[in-house]
Design a binder for this molecule. Structure first.
Ligand code: HEM
Length: 191
């Protein structure tokens, strides 16, 4: 399946932006009463707010794309019984292929990878939204209300899941590329 140019540009922005966010999270010092932030925190905060816009546009574009084609949204199959059944069948087929040491291929988008990619995009939206809420609601000295402290817990709890996604999703893309499915070409050539 070919991706349209806007999907490829949005995906590139999300992939680079989220990777940068995860790296800056390792070196930033965030403010709290009695402690000043470092410059990496400013980068993390600004980029996070920008990513909320980009990831939201990515979701809106994916929705518009499926409405224009008269198809259900592959990235979010959870509210449709038929889509969930398709997903179950694809999980079974993927397991059968994996037991034979093969990666499943096909011309059209497949339900399992699409659902996992959608979960990644949802995770990126959740992290960007909670991060933006923190940036807006935080007191000038870094103090947080009890509600915002809960938002910070949620933001931090999502980080290990994002690290896992950020390792597994590109790795699968690379393995599919080596298996001859042209996966990286389809997503990263801007022609
Ligand atoms: C957290 C960051 C990332 C998120 C949220 C994400 C999300 C997605 C989504 C939603 C799609 C499907 C696009 C659509 O149908 O609209 C996708 C596809 C793809 N992504 Fe990512 N991605 C991320 C990072 C990366 C990185 C770093 C790579 C580097 C190799 C990568 C490689 C690919 C490839 C090759 C595809 C096409 C897969 C296929 O055709 O089955 N992604 N990604």
């Amino acid at each position: 399946m070919k991706y349209d140019p806007l999907t490829r540009i949005l995906h590139l922005c999300v992939a680079l932006g989220v990777s940068l966010q995860m790296i800056t999270s390792l070196v930033m010092i965030y403010p709290k009463p009695g402690r000043l932030p470092n410059q990496w925190y400013e980068v993390h905060e600004g980029l996070g707010i920008g990513l909320l816009g980009i990831v939201s546009v990515h979701w809106l574009w994916a929705l518009g794309r499926s409405l224009a084609r008269g198809e259900a949204m592959m990235l979010f199959p959870w509210f449709s019984k038929a889509r969930r059944a398709d997903l179950g069948r694809d999980v079974g087929e993927t397991a059968r292929q994996a037991l034979r040491g093969r990666l499943p291929a096909g011309d059209g988008p497949r339900p399992l990878p699409a659902a996992v990619q959608g979960a990644g995009l949802l995770l990126a939206l959740g992290m960007a939204a909670t991060g933006t809420a923190l940036a807006i609601g935080m007191a000038p000295d870094g103090g947080l209300s009890p509600a915002l402290r809960a938002v910070k817990e949620v933001h931090e709890a999502m980080a290990p899941v994002m690290w896992t996604y950020l390792i597994v999703h590109p790795l699968l893309g690379i393995l599919h590329q080596f298996a001859g499915h042209g996966t990286l070409n389809k997503m990263f050539t801007l022609r």
